[in-house]
Ligand binder design. Structure first.
Ligand SMILES: Cc1cc2nc3c(=O)[nH]c(=O)nc-3n(C[C@H](O)[C@H](O)[C@H](O)COP(=O)(O)O)c2cc1C
Length: 164
């Protein structure tokens, strides 16, 4: 059994979740930023993680999923600024699953991730009211993902491995 955890991160939140998942993996395993992964050959299971950016999966991640996951077992994880349980999160999960149409998607995990201060400052100056609204919710995201989210990510990693 060989497992890959691959992720994109800008400010470290998704990386924190990726490392928590990686720590729970049994058997042979690798952890790499998405940009360093050529293909998924040789992996029985791949966890793919990203931050939600501008109401969707980052385009490079979508491309990676579309081009590499056909016929593979994968699991998705993402971080976002909105609180967990917000309705719109379904559309982001759906977008990832759509990109992975040829794969077996064993599950998905999402949790809140802190908006970094330079990002808050930038968003507050944006003309787009939706972006400005994100900037205003910045302080409520402080400290995420916290230890309880990290713990949930570890549980997720165990659940997914049990499915293989
Ligand atoms: C340019 C930009 C756009 C973002 N757009 C969204 C968004 O549409 N929805 C959301 O919930 N969070 C959004 N976020 C917040 C990030 O998804 C969140 O902070 C995430 O945890 C960052 O992960 P990272 O530290 O791994 O880069 C945005 C952040 C940035 C910088």
């Amino acid at each position: 059994m060989r497992t890959l955890v691959t992720y994109m991160t800008q400010t470290g939140n998704t990386k924190r979740i990726a490392e928590a998942i990686y720590g729970e993996i049994e058997g042979e395993k690798d952890i790499k930023p998405i940009g360093e992964v050529k293909n998924l050959e040789g992996y029985d299971l791949t966890f793919i993680g990203f931050p939600v950016l501008q109401f969707d999966i980052p385009p490079n991640v979508k491309k990676f999923i579309t081009e590499n996951t056909a016929g593979k077992n994968i699991a998705i994880f993402m971080t976002h600024a909105v609180p967990e349980g917000t309705e719109v999160i379904h559309s982001w999960t759906g977008s990832a699953e759509q990109a992975a149409a040829g794969a077996t998607v064993l599950g998905s995990f999402d949790c809140q991730g802190e908006l970094a201060q330079p990002v808050i400052d930038m968003l507050l100056k944006a003309d787009d009211p939706q972006m400005k609204a994100f900037g205003e919710m910045g302080p409520s995201t402080k400290g995420q993902p916290d230890e309880s989210r990290v713990q949930k990510a570890k549980e997720f990693a165990k659940e997914i491995q049990a499915k293989i």
